[in-house]
Design a protein around this ligand. Structure first.
Ligand code: LLP
Length: 428
């Protein structure tokens, strides 16, 4: 049976031609498994859907920043959206061309700005007047002119989780339109910057085209206004936010977004930038974890696995839904036979917090200790948000290509946990 892009067959789960049980045996668990084919397929779908307008796809490095993933996307022609000096470093290490890199974020430090200027990136997405002043100053000192986009706050409700809503008036992101207009009018007084774009990113995991369309309207109106004020605006940057399947049905195809957005852009003369992260990698990754113990407590069934909230924090932090399934179950996911034997269970981790869970009251078939459980749709904002909480080494990452796999990040060791720490010199 197929679930998302994976094949559940012979009591195993196939990523490409590789049974994930083999990866678990060789690399251990917990482990993140990514499919190169699926990553490529999603980028290709976006490229095809947006091909009628000149579009630069800047992959949002924050969603999954592993070098190998960035490398695969760069080889296909993607640029990068980075939000820190560290992400810029990664993008460059992956072979990213500076002229395909945009730098966003509300709190860029002077050092990060300098690093990006020295590398001659495509542009900075500027989030405040104060930041604009610093970029202007640093660039002028270097006798450079920094290309920038103003990130406006279009005050559009993306109707997603409030923690990942960014385009509403009360969020910390972007510049309100009144201030942005004044900044655009005064741009000529600044020797170190040139306004070449308008940017907006209204939120993440948006499963409706309408908020994007509403934001585009506001961005384009503002871009016109900037041009009238004498600024050479040539880029419209709509950010990311395209939603994916977590329950198996909510994501929209890339073509829906393109159909909603491209008519307004066609013939406008603007180049489009988009910054998708989750859309490309979200459904291309899963977290594989092994059952340590099964505990029956009253009428509750707890399946205790070897991955915890430190490995994948989305359920704990956002009450996010991830499908979970024991891959060596004899029952096919979604089948009437599976339903007949399923009972509610909490799939929980070993961390000392009640909030450490992957699924609560989920209908699951009988599961034995030692079984492998797959947490689906974990490619985006999984490994990148992993921590060492409870002094747990972070998991390994594996990329499957066809019938082979590469370990693209080794599992951390206990030595890694204390690297850089020092015992105090004097003990009394
Ligand atoms: N551009 C900007 C300016 C962003 O802030 C983001 C995400 C993106 C692009 C990429 O958005 P995407 O296409 O991946 O939706 N940790 C949260 C998501 C945080 C998103 C932050 N910004 C989660 O696990 O759902």
């Amino acid at each position: 049976m197929k679930y998302l892009h994976y094949d559940l067959r012979d009591r195993d789960l196939f990523c490409g031609e590789v049974p994930v049980s083999r990866i678990a045996e060789k690399v251990g668990t917990p482990v993140y498994v990514y499919s190169r084919e699926i990553i490529e397929k999603h980028l290709t779908r976006l490229m095809d859907a947006f091909s009628t307008v000149e579009t630069l796809i800047c992959y949002s490095v924050k969603s999954l920043s592993n070098l190998a993933v960035c490398q695969v996307l760069r080889e296909m022609g993607a640029g990068f959206d980075v939000v820190s000096g560290g992400e810029l470093f990664r993008a460059l290490q992956a072979g990213g061309h500076p002229k395909k890199i945009v730098f966003a974020g509300v709190g860029k430090s002077p050092e990060e700005i300098e690093f990006a200027l020295d590398r001659r990136i495509l542009m900075f997405n500027v989030e405040s007047e104060a930041e604009l002043k610093v970029i202007d100053l640093i660039a002028a000192q270097k006798n450079l002119v920094a290309d920038i986009a103003l990130r406006i706050n279009p005050d559009v409700d993306p109707k997603t989780h409030r923690y990942i809503t960014t385009g509403k008036r009360e969020s910390k992101f972007g510049i309100d339109l009144v201030t942005a207009k004044r900044l655009a009018a005064e741009m000529g007084n600044r020797a170190g910057v040139r306004l070449v774009g308008v940017h907006a990113h209204i939120g993440s995991q948006i499963t409706d085209v309408e908020p994007h369309r509403a934001a585009l309207e506001k961005v384009m109106a503002f871009a016109e206004c900037c041009r009238e004020l004498g600024n050479p605006v040539e880029y419209i940057n709509l950010g990311g936010g395209f939603g994916i399947h977590y329950q198996g049905y909510e994501g929209l195809p890339a073509s829906d977004y393109a159909e909603a957005l491209l008519p307004a852009l066609a013939g406008s003369g603007y180049k489009l930038i988009i910054e998708p992260g989750r859309f490309i990698v979200g459904n291309a990754g899963l977290l594989l974890t092994r059952v340590l113990y099964v505990k029956e407590s009253g009428d509750k069934r707890f399946i205790i696995v070897d991955a915890g909230m430190n490995d994948l924090i989305r359920p704990s932090l956002y009450s996010a839904h991830h499908e979970v399934w024991p891959i060596d179950s004899e029952f096919e996911k979604g089948s009437p036979e599976a339903e007949a034997v399923s009972t509610p269970a909490d799939v929980v981790g070993p961390i000392c917090e009640t909030g450490d869970f992957f699924a609560l009251d989920r209908m699951l078939p009988p599961v034995k200790e030692g079984a492998l459980i797959c947490v689906f749709s974990a490619g985006a904002y999984g490994m990148v948000m992993a921590s060492n909480y409870n002094s747990r080494p972070r998991p390994a990452e594996v990329m499957v290509s066809g019938d082979y796999y590469d370990v693209i990040r080794s599992r951390e060791t206990w030595d890694d946990l204390i690297r850089g720490e020092r015992k105090i010199a004097r003990w009394d």
